[in-house]
Write a protein that binds this ligand. Structure first.
Ligand SMILES: Nc1ncnc2c1ncn2[C@@H]1O[C@H](COP(=O)(O)OP(=O)(O)OP(=O)(O)O)[C@@H](O)[C@H]1O
Ligand SMILES: [Mg+2]
Length: 241
């Protein structure tokens, strides 16, 4: 089993090299934590490293995701070219579709998987982002049925042989109020993003709660979102990775 570098040096240091290949990893965090942007950056950097990726948006319009990423990261000058040359696919379901759909079964887990599968095979993707997976919980109100569907979903992703990042909304940006959802036990890894403090003293920090098959930092580590990408100020020596 290989290691999937995120391409963000401080995060790779926290992961002692990267995410074990094939892992299904949750990126959890409150609103505006940077879940979408960090997944985007990791997917982009992996595509640059020769690993094609699919970004599947279930919440935001995929065009907007792309525009936002472009306006935040000024390095993304070649992204249209990478999309054209099939190293990246940015796709998904628009929220308007979802609201307009009289029949919510159109958003069943199975259909999401088959759409992702189709895109993965189009470009031979090895990396997938599902943003956000929280929306899937709205499809099934029964907790047991939801959890069973989520297990199936994750097994389907494993069958595709891809390393997946799934964003999930945390109810609170504060670490002290973090709650573990029952479905968190299904995933191979959980990275949690927090905001603490108030107004201009607000600090962003991330923590690796678990990562199956890999050694990782237990330090809650500050990070910034900058025009050149995420800066993660790891306690581990980033120059080693
Ligand atoms: N150029 C930039 N410099 C610094 N911070 C930025 C920049 N562009 C965006 N941000 C920050 O990134 C945040 C948005 O990140 P992102 O969309 O990834 O969050 P998210 O966790 O996906 O949020 P949501 O839960 O709403 O989907 C903004 O709230 C802003 O704080
Ligand atoms: Mg988002």
């Amino acid at each position: 089993m290989g290691i999937v570098k995120t391409g963000i040096s401080g995060l790779d240091a926290m992961l002692y090299g990267g995410i074990p290949e094939g892992n299904q990893v949750v990126i959890a965090g409150g609103p505006g934590a940077g879940k979408t942007l960090i997944c985007f950056e990791i997917l982009y950097r992996n595509a640059k490293m020769g690993q094609p990726g699919v970004y599947f948006s279930l919440e935001e319009n995929p065009k907007r995701v792309l525009e936002n990423a472009k306006s935040t990261f000024n390095e993304l000058t070649d992204i249209d070219e990478m999309i054209a040359s099939k190293k990246l696919i940015i796709d998904g379901k628009e929220p308007t579709d979802k609201l307009a759909a009289a029949d919510p079964s159109g958003y069943e887990f199975g259909k999401v998987v088959s759409e992702i599968e189709e895109l993965v095979s189009q470009i031979g993707a090895t990396r997938v982002v599902v943003d956000s997976a929280s929306i899937l919980s709205l499809l099934i109100s029964d907790q047991v049925a939801y959890r069973r569907s989520m297990i199936e979903f994750i097994n389907d992703m494993r069958r595709l042989n891809v390393t997946t990042l799934l964003t999930m909304e945390a109810a609170t940006p504060e670490r002290s109020k973090l709650e573990f959802k029952p479905e968190f036990f299904i995933f191979d890894g959980i990275i949690s993003m927090y905001q603490t403090g108030e107004a201009e003293k607000r600090i962003r920090a991330m923590e690796i709660i678990k990562m199956r098959g890999g050694k990782h930092s237990f330090v809650t580590t500050p990070y910034d979102i900058t025009g050149t990408g995420f800066k993660v100020y790891s306690a581990e020596d980033a120059s080693l990775y």
